[in-house]
Write a protein that binds this ligand. Sequence first.
Ligand code: FES
Length: 318
Amino acid sequence: MLNVRVERKRQVADEICSFHLVSATGEPLPSFTAGSHVDVHLPGGLVRQYSLCGDPGDAGQYILGVLKDPASRGGSIAMHSIEEGSEIQISAPRNHFPIEDGAGHSILLAGGIGVTPLMAMARALSSERRSFELHYCTRNLARTAFKEELLQGAMSDRVHLHLDEGRGERFDAEAVLRGRFRPDAHIYICGPAGFIEAMISAAKEAGFAESQVHREYFAAPKVAPSELGDGVFQVQIKSTGAIHQILPEETVVQVLGRHGIEIETSCEQGVCGTCVTRVLEGVPDHRDVYLTDQEHVENKLFTPCCSRACSPMLVLDL
Ligand code: FES
């Protein structure tokens, strides 16, 4: 856990604030790589994940960009209530959405506030003089965060703004991606679930392999769970042989936690990948959006914070 102080809070677009966090103890902040996020411990006991959107080369501060979303579960409203000078606790940065080292070209696709991890990527790629382009889709200029830096700064020639309303080109993802296909290109997508699904399908149509397409959700999309996993099932702990029953209203993480088997979690909704656990036997009912389609088919990993089982038992590598 890190104790940080909000050194600066700034309105960067309608309903979007940036928070500049510095160490509250004088200890240097851990370094981070583009695509990282931190868990922020908010007033009222809420814990929420926010991407770091600042320059990974700037060791002195972390920058978050947060949209006040009335439809959220309360985290963004609590975050916006934090004032300059406040001290808060955050986790060390973790990265489940890294830039591929060998990418010859990177295509960053942002929907709304999904621009935050991609800002850090754009800054890193720009300072490493690597080839990239950023497509940022927002409703209008008033809702466009970090627009001065993106449109007038050093990377402005690589930034394409696509507005739903008013001036600006609409984004035809399929057409753009078709023209960009190359075997060493990688695509990074962040935004609302519908945006991500549309971009993944456009990338597939344009010929990109699943291994070339990377995405990060903010929250789990509403997926219809399979009825198979709704019932009772068992999990066996490989190291001890102990068997635990999972009732319909409980998660694997909750049941194992009650028996002293702690699995680290963060989002608890299948988004962040913190709880990913190896499955040795049995068939999971995957309810996460973190693992890839290929990983879901392979059934070697699952997310015990939300996923369940299609088979009567899962043997877990714990
Ligand atoms: Fe985030 Fe399970 S805790 S995916």
